[in-house]
Design a protein around this ligand. Structure first.
Ligand code: PEP
Ligand code: MG
Length: 584
């Protein structure tokens, strides 16, 4: 039994077999196939051998042309290895007799050869070992293909364990087969983490390194709330977690009754609890949980779930579905904001940036990809007649950016008007407050924005200079950090002075303890991940605003994050014993 500690992304206690998602270049776990798939696996292996030969031959020819035949001989030697019948039949035997997948068989046999070769101290042998390693890498790359293809082979629910996942990989999961996600890398604010919680899949990130010590098929317990992953647990541990899972289940069932009740604190203050979505189909879940609207529709995921850019009608259909299903409740659609996915190349023909978080993100990219932006704006406007649709711009750093974005919105309106296409005149236009520069001069934005929505995921990232998806610096990524709390306090002050409505849609709103701090700071509207809506509603109905304010006031006296956390925990545990088990 081994335990790995990571970072909680979304709650839940799950048991089951794990599926290790291998990546070329990283440890390849042993994976087995069903007997009826042996033939298919052998032919996949043989066709990859042919592909590898073709690739190597191309390398040989281009090297010969550029550098001469002596250098090209390196590739000739590699081709000979691929024709080594003994090697090929050993690999085939692993597949046929031991039911290894082609990936596991290639790695097992070739790694074994390399180990033997490296023990021999003889001139030229080390080179041969390197050649074989190179071949192994090539074969694994061809066999593994994209992670998506691998995941498509899943037919039973598993706990997915991987080094890391990109947002587009997570966005394309078939939820039926993924019970929980555990990654070695990653931080709590990353988009993969956000997606996992949107999909309501228990998830722990930053729990590595573990790939060297687990194999597909190992029995695993994921206690996502406790950020723990237990591989091959003993019986006592299994029993303990089965009991905990049952308690958790009854706690979740108790939330159902909250669907139709308003969120009012014990001293009568109303808190608006909205939900964040990434896909239009999440709206049903949002309604089920009793959210009062969509506080953030992250539209970039429409791009990540398909290979080509969504058309104006693809956008329109998604937004219309969300607006209609919400039945008159607000739906705040945020124009696309790509973080770190490899999308720049596709959208703007630009190479991946060295520092994407500080590069062409959010509104910067939208203003550059004008046609794409206009088509999204037209779609939002067209959907606006089907509900209370509002538009929001991401990553606004300067007033000029907000003004330019609004010009494009007016252009989109003009085009629709010109073509007699109906839309809601005077649609509400707001902005995300997630860059410290915007906080510093928020008063300047007031006359140009109908509402503000604080994005703490980025606000923390940029305030603390800490990559939101990097577990190495995760200890600095804290919503309760004194600097972050003051930023939010400043936003509340300016919004009140300027009479602009303020909400907060970062992950902070989804963590009950932190939501209390927000209420204590004067925030009266929050937007959470759908799975957190019920819990947050339930918690606010058990506390008074006076107590929220007391906790926040006390917490803000401290200069160190550890003291702030301790203070909040101490006060809330005494105010609401039992309320926070497993909620971070
Ligand atoms: C945020 O930054 O807090 C936010 C809500 O936007 P995203 O997480 O999509 O960057
Ligand atoms: Mg953001």
């Amino acid at each position: 039994m081994r335990t790995f500690q990571g970072i909680t992304v979304s709650q839940g206690i799950v048991f089951g077999e794990c599926f290790v998602l291998a990546s070329a270049g990283l440890h390849i776990p042993k994976q087995y196939i069903e007997p009826h798939r042996i033939e298919e696996e052998i032919s996949r292996f043989l066709s990859v051998i042919e592909q590898a030969k073709e690739e190597i031959a191309v390398n040989r020819d281009s090297t010969a042309a550029a550098l001469g035949t002596t250098f090209a001989n390196i590739f000739e030697a590699q081709l000979m290895i691929l024709q080594d019948e003994k090697l090929l039949s050993e690999i085939k035997s692993r597949i046929v007799n031991d039911r290894f997948t082609a990936v596991s068989a290639v790695s097992d046999i070739i790694e074994n050869r390399i180990r033997i070769l490296r023990k021999i101290e003889f001139a030229g042998i080390a080179e041969k070992a390197n050649d074989i390693k190179d071949i192994e890498k090539r074969l694994l790359r061809l066999l593994l293909g994209g992670k998506k293809e691998l995941l498509d082979t899943l037919r039973t629910p598993v706990i997915l364990m991987a080094n890391n996942l990109t947002p587009s990989e997570t966005a394309n999961f078939d939820k039926r087969y993924i019970k929980a996600i555990v990654t070695e890398e990653g931080g709590v604010g990353g988009h993969t983490a956000i997606l996992a919680s949107a999909l309501d899949i228990p998830c722990v990130v930053g729990a590595g390194p573990f790939l060297n010590s687990i194999n597909t098929g190992d029995f695993v317990i994921v206690d996502a709330g406790g950020a723990k992953v237990i591989v091959n647990p003993d019986e006592t541990t299994q029993n303990k977690y089965r009991d905990l899972a049952e308690t958790d289940e009854s706690r979740i069932i108790s939330f159902v009754s909250l669907r139709d009740v308003e969120t009012i604190t014990t001293d009568g203050v109303k808190i608006d609890v909205f939900a964040n979505i990434e896909f239009p189909h999440e709206v049903e879940n949002v309604l089920e949980r009793g959210a009062e609207g969509i506080g953030l529709f992250r539209t970039e995921f429409l791009f990540l779930t398909q290979d080509s850019d969504p058309t104006e009608d693809d956008h329109f259909n998604s937004y219309r579905r969300a607006a209609e299903s919400m039945n008159g409740k607000p739906v705040i659609i945020r124009t696309f904001d790509f973080g770190d996915d490899k999308i720049l190349d596709r959208l703007a023909g630009l190479a991946v940036e060295r520092n994407p978080a500080l590069g062409l993100r959010g509104i910067r990219l939208a203003l550059m990809c004008r046609e794409l932006f206009l088509s999204q704006l037209r779609a939002i406007l067209r959907a606006s007649i089907y509900g209370d649709v509002r538009v929001m711009f991401p990553m606004i750093s300067t007033v000029q950016e907000l003004l330019s974005a609004k010009v494009e919105l007016r252009n989109a309106e003009d085009e629709l008007r010109h073509n007699n296409i109906p839309f809601r005149e005077n649609i509400q236009v707001g902005m995300m407050v997630e860059v410290p520069a915007a906080v510093a001069v928020l008063d300047h934005f007031a006359e140009h924005s109908s509402f503000f929505s604080i994005g703490t995921n980025d606000l923390i990232q940029y305030t603390m200079a800490v990559d939101r998806g990097n577990r190495n610096v995760n200890q600095l990524f804290n919503a309760e950090d004194p600097a972050v709390l003051r930023m939010i306090q400043q936003c509340v002050k300016v919004s009140k002075e300027k009479n602009i409505s303020l909400s907060l849609c970062g992950q902070m709103a989804s963590v009950p303890r932190q939501a209390i701090l927000l209420a204590g700071l004067g925030v009266r509207s929050i937007s959470c991940t759908p799975s957190a809506v019920s819990e947050v509603k339930s918690m606010f109905r058990k506390i008074s605003i006076v107590d929220c304010e007391k906790v926040t006031k006390e917490a803000m006296k401290y200069s160190q994050i550890s003291d702030v956390k301790q203070c909040v925990k101490y006060l809330l545990d005494s105010l609401m014993p039992d309320a926070f088990r497993n909620t971070g």
